[in-house]
Structures are given as C-alpha cells and as structure tokens.
Design a protein around this ligand. Sequence first.
Ligand code: ADP
Ligand code: MG
Length: 272
Amino acid sequence: MSLDTTAVLPTVTRSSAGTLDARAVSAWFGDRKVLEQVSLLMPAGQVTALIGPSGCGKSTFLRILNRMHELIPSAALAGEVLLDGADIYAPERRLTTARRDIGMVFQKPNPFPAMSIYDNVLAGLKLTGVRASRAEKDHLVEECLTKAGLWKEVQDRLRQPGGALSGGQQQRLCIARSLAVRPKILLMDEPCSALDPTSTRRIEQTIRELVEEVTIVIVTHNMQQAQRVSDQCAFFLAEQGTSGGIVEHGPTDAMFGAPVDQRTSDYVNGRF
Ligand code: ADP
Ligand code: MG
C-alpha cells in the first residue's frame, strides 16, 4: 500500500467538547405532538442523563439532537438546536457536518458484523473526507479502541469480524467507531440495557473518561447508572393525553437528593 504523504488526519489527540443547547423544541409524528417546548442546555464536558418512563419522548429528543428525526417522513419539528451557538438545522449546514460533530450509540450494539474490528473503527472516516496513510489509520484505530476500553482485548485480533465479539465488546467497538470522526458530542440511547452488569460498569467507566473530551447525552432507565455517570439530569414525562416534556432538570445530586417536583421524587425513588 502506498503511503499518502499529504494525509491530513487531525493531529490533535483531544477534540474539544461542544455545548448543545436545545431551545423550545417541539416534535410531531403526523398530527400527534410528542414533545412540547423542550429546552435543555447540555454543557461542554458534562454527562447529561435523560430519564423518565417509556414513551415520553427521550429517544425522539435524542434523535433530534443529530438530525435523525428529519429522516422520518411523518416527523416535524419546531425550535432550535445549537451546537456551540450554531443551529444544526440551519439550511446552509450540511447533514454530514452535524453527523460528524454529533455521534450516536444505540441500545443494541450495531457494529458491521462481517467487517473486521479494524475496519469497523474506520467505517465513519469517509464522512470526514480526509485521506490517511496506513500508519495514521493504525494510530487512530489504536487510539479509539483504547479510549473505548477495548484495545487490550482486541489488539491481537484486529482482522477478526466485529460480529465475533461479545455484546459488551461490540458496544465498545461502536463507541470506538463513533470516536474515530472526533465528534464534539456523543449521544447514547440506553447503551447498556442489552448488556450484563460487568460490561455495563466498563462502559460507565469509559463514559466518565470520555467526557473530558466529548460531551455526552445518555438516555437511561437505570437510576443507579444515572447517578454514577451523569453531572446533570433531565426528567422527561408525558402525562396522560399530553406531549412529553421536561418536568425538572438540574445537577444529578440535587435531582436525586432534593427533587423539587413530587413527580420527579416519585420517579427517582422507583414509585412510578
Ligand atoms: P422514549 O424513548 O422516551 O421511550 P420515544 O421518543 O421513543 O419515547 O417515543 C415518544 C412517542 O413518540 C411515543 O408515543 C412513540 O410511540 C412515538 N413515536 C416514536 N417514534 C415514532 C415514529 N417513528 N412514528 C410515530 N410515532 C413515533
Ligand atoms: Mg427510547
């Protein structure tokens, strides 16, 4: 393989975490309004946990934060999502830019099963439009797998298919794949709910290490997990016949230690 001497992979080892600011976001599927005026600041360098019962719009809100919502034909949106002050939905802003800046990890690990571990990590790189030498790719793969806490386990088997890994390893591979494009934000929709407790704790540890350089927004139904990993929480609720919205948000310690709203108190104490 010939080396490309003009390679321009970013040389910085840290990306700069970004701030996401959702302002008065409402969402519809057809005629049905599922989110009502949701405003939430997700500051750089923090883990924000979105908590609340099923069906209250947490996944919809998360998808709106990286423009996946607009891929659903029946979906409509009002409000703004600002990444470091710039609206990700602005007409001049390309979808690929939003996708590169804002990565997503899903509940069910979804590596490309037949693709090698090595190529899985690099799969999103085309998005960045950069060319890289083999040595730079090797370096990036090692760096991203290390940050995802998977390097030691797979360094001798990088050519094996991603599908051969355990569930927890596959999820860490997906995290590594997200990191390869150096996102500012990482969105995670119940990333541990398909995993065993040991894998879950390893991912939680990874989340706390990553937040130094990537702002994280995580949906979780696990209240212990929300307390372990997040700096701030937002409690979503859709009361009967109403659209989903945020009842209360604030620092995680306060949300769990001294919630203001009775409904928050009931939820975080398992009385829902
Ligand atoms: P949560 O993640 O909090 O469980 P969701 O965001 O998945 O909630 O769903 C919020 C509401 O929107 C639910 O009533 C759900 O049925 C509805 N919904 C989600 N996705 C779609 C879709 N693609 N088309 C129509 N309705 C949807
Ligand atoms: Mg959901």
